[in-house]
Design a protein around this ligand. Structure first.
Ligand SMILES: [Zn+2]
Length: 372
């Protein structure tokens, strides 16, 4: 039994100033306000639940699609930034290559290191493919979906799809029927087309506002469709992808549906230079990633980590710490049906904790009761 006491503890019922958390057998045993029981280990600053990143491609120089070792090492890199649970995102690629990568993800999920995989393709709109390789995009096809889901051995948790492409709605229904989350993204959909996907069971928008049409007063587009439908929405809060006013707006409209993600690529934590994202060449300058040889401002993922996303949410965007924690941990856990497993500092849940100092810099990370 470990007891941590003295930090401000962010719980679903508010901030305990100070509070204490007892940990037993990898789980949170009890949470309370005040100085805590005798023998407690003193900590200071903020104690937050471990972050859950629904959308990440790599980090620390490791691209998840390069090898099983790179996938594991990239996950490990993000853990040091407070991401105790994650989905590994796989870009559109050759189907055989994607199936191979899904096999690696299934193995990693089987060991408990990740929650599963996010398929960011291949059923995307070529007009909004972002950094994805157009040559790998496919029309929505239930047989291809079935092959990918099989390769993931039940660990594919989310699938991004463009709902306006013919055949997409049937595939949205098939994704949901398979127990996964259908996510609207990389899409040229109108408000109406996106709304049809949400009515068919899609329950997430992939990086809201990015890789989708923008809003106008008579054509509100897919982002408004997502907020209007009350589905979960991912946001890349790196100060580059989305204006802070839109982050505030999404947090106000969808406080229990907002999910902060990184969409981080291998360059994250390494520095500027030349990298790969899937089979695409990427250049990182001043922390901004774009496709090599592409002069337009087409971002190719981010170099964000979840601790920075949370710090920015509080210090730059102006969200409360409770709202930031909901978006970084509680909401993504609920989307995945894991509210009883992780995503909050509450008795019975996994002891996934991020200890941050007063400036919200990571001090220590605990996963399933063990400090990293
Ligand atoms: Zn992505």
């Amino acid at each position: 039994m470990t007891v941590l006491a003295g930090a401000r503890v962010v719980t679903p019922d508010g901030v305990l100033e100070p509070g204490w958390v007892s940990i037993d057998g990898g789980r949170i045993a009890a949470v309370g306000a005040g100085a805590g029981p005798p023998g407690a280990e003193p900590v200071s600053g903020w104690l937050l639940p471990g972050f859950i990143d629904l959308h990440v491609h790599g980090g620390g120089g490791h691209d998840f699609t390069s090898s099983p070792a790179d996938m594991a090492a990239g996950v490990e890199f993000h853990r040091r930034h407070g991401t105790t649970r994650a989905l590994v995102s796989l870009m559109a690629g050759g189907i055989d290559a994607m199936c191979t990568q899904l096999g690696w993800a299934a193995e990693l999920a089987g060991s408990g290191a990740i929650l599963g995989a996010h398929l960011e393709g291949p059923f995307l709109a070529s007009a909004r493919c972002g950094a994805q390789n157009k040559a790998h995009l496919l029309a929505p096809d239930p047989l291809v979906l079935a092959k990918l889901l099989d390769a993931g051995q039940g660990t594919v948790r989310t699938v991004t799809i463009a709902p306006e492409v013919p055949g997409a709605i049937g595939v949205v229904e098939a994704i949901v029927a398979a127990g996964a989350v259908a996510a609207v993204g990389h899409t040229d959909a109108t408000y109406e087309q996106a709304s049809a996907a949400f009515a068919a069971g899609a329950s997430l928008a992939t990086h809201l506002f990015n890789a989708m049409g923008s809003m106008s007063q008579r054509a509100p587009g897919p982002a408004v469709a997502a907020l209007d439908a009350g589905v979960y929405v991912e946001l890349i809060n790196d100060g580059v992808h989305v204006h802070e006013a839109l982050v505030r707006l999404a947090a106000r409209v969808a406080p229990s549906r907002l999910a902060l993600i990184t969409d981080a690529i291998s360059a994250t934590g390494v520095g500027d230079g030349h990298y790969t994202l899937g089979d695409q060449a990427v250049v990182v300058e001043s922390g901004r990633a774009r496709l090599a040889g592409d002069d337009r401002l087409r971002l190719a993922g981010s170099t964000l980590t979840m601790d920075v996303a949370v710090r920015r949410a509080v210090q730059s965007v102006g969200l409360s710490i409770e709202a930031a924690v909901a978006a970084a941990s509680t909401n993504p856990a609920r989307l995945l049906g894991l509210s009883g497993v992780c995503g909050a500092i509450a008795p019975g849940l996994a002891a996934d904790l991020v200890l941050m100092d007063d400036d919200l810099q990571v001090q220590q990370v605990m996963r399933a009761g063990a400090w990293l």
